[in-house]
Design a protein around this ligand. Structure first.
Ligand code: ADP
Ligand code: ASP
Ligand code: MG
Length: 347
């Protein structure tokens, strides 16, 4: 067990959500209206049980802070959506439409398992039905389809759009008023489909117009990661695994004090902990150190997060959804802390 003096040190050196929980509402270090962005990856949202568990983490944060949530698609869903795009390109129309039907069922099953009250269930079901109809519209049962990168992005976008609706429903069920928001309504990008670059200034302006009124109304916006749209409204994606980047963009839009990336490992390690028993958990990283690891293939963090975080001096935490008692990795400006992990020749 951690000695008491060390616990105090960790408490002062933990993410905002922990600091509030530990302060037990006594001496508040930060104002009531501090804002955090919480991003959940696909493993954290895989099925109703995990969504409700993740919703519990949001509820804890939302007791003391304003919260914006950013979600990925459920694990495996984006791969399956992109396989529909490939099947269409190869003229395998029945395979494509079976896969689309299968994905729609998958999400309806999660809705069922959330066991919402009748009214909420009907409302969310209608939202999913509309999305499902739009997805099937992209997948004709006969004729020819011109399979373009633009179509691939449009198809890929459905995963995040389904999961934002379901996660908002999980939050409502957990007593947190929430509303799904499509990032394509404000994340403005170029038209390089599959790897679109955001226009940050316009995104910030448009995003604030949408998100701030929701926060003022006491709602938690549940924003789709991964997707944006061109100025003429065509859906784009920011590249595979880019919901972390969306998390940073959205944190920047609302001027969040911190971005917490909730994932399936305890933080950033020296190597992939699933591949190497030697991998060591890193306690604190500078933006440059984190960028070097991400650019070198550490999938736990999308490399494009770091330049934006560094420019805006945003603090980022990588934490394990399934072990919320573990502190995680902090990425940010150096702190007066003597518990920094060793990282090569780090500053
Ligand atoms: P999410 O769906 O939450 O975005 P990802 O699968 O994209 O999660 O990223 C988390 C995974 O990154 C971990 O399960 C781990 O296998 C992998 N990974 C690769 N390199 C590292 C590293 N250096 N530190 C931590 N995790 C890593
Ligand atoms: N769902 C997208 C993907 O699988 C984005 C992400 O998960 O970060 O690439
Ligand atoms: Mg990821």
């Amino acid at each position: 067990m951690t000695p008491e003096y060390l616990q105090e040190e960790v408490a002062a050196d933990s993410c905002l959500v922990e600091r509030f929980a530990l302060a037990n509402n006594n001496a508040r270090e930060v104002s009531n209206h501090s804002l955090v962005a919480l991003k959940f990856g696909g493993t954290s949202l895989l099925g109703a049980e995990r969504m409700l568990h993740a919703a519990g983490l949001v509820r804890t944060a939302a007791q003391d802070l304003d919260v914006v949530v950013v979600v990925s698609a459920m694990k495996g869903v984006t791969d399956r959506l992109l396989s529909i795009s490939r099947a269409l390109a190869e003229g395998k129309l029945s395979h494509a439409s079976n896969e689309a039907e299968g994905l729609i069922h998958l999400h309806f099953n999660v809705l069922q398992d959330l066991e919402l009250g009748e009214e909420n269930q009907d409302r969310v079901r209608r939202g999913l039905q509309l999305l499902g109809r739009d997805l099937l519209h992209e997948v004709p049962s006969q004729g020819r389809v011109l399979a373009t990168a633009e179509l691939a992005d449009r198809l890929a976008s459905f995963g995040e759009r389904f999961s934002a609706r379901l996660f908002a429903a999980a939050l409502e069920k957990s007593g947190v008023p929430a509303v799904p928001v499509s990032s394509s309504d404000f994340v403005l990008t170029c038209d390089t489909f599959r790897d679109a670059k955001p226009h940050l200034e316009e995104t910030k302006q448009r995003g604030r117009g949408i998100l701030l009124p929701l926060l003022e109304a006491g709602l938690v916006p549940v924003v789709t990661g991964f997707i944006g749209a061109t100025p003429d409204g065509r859906i784009t994606t920011l590249g595979r695994n880019s919901s972390d980047f969306s998390g940073a963009i959205i944190a920047h839009v609302v001027d969040a004090e911190e971005l917490v990336i909730w994932t399936d490992v305890d933080g950033v390690y020296t190597a992939n902990p699933h591949d190497s028993v030697e991998a060591k958990l890193l306690h604190d990283l500078s933006y440059d150190e984190a960028h070097a690891l991400a650019a070198g293939g550490a999938k736990v963090l999308h490399p494009q997060v770091l330049p934006l975080a560094a420019e805006t001096e945003m603090t980022i935490w990588i934490r394990n959804t399934f072990k919320p008692h573990v502190r995680g990795t902090r990425i940010g400006l150096p702190q007066n802390s003597n518990n920094r992990a060793q990282f090569g020749g780090a500053a």
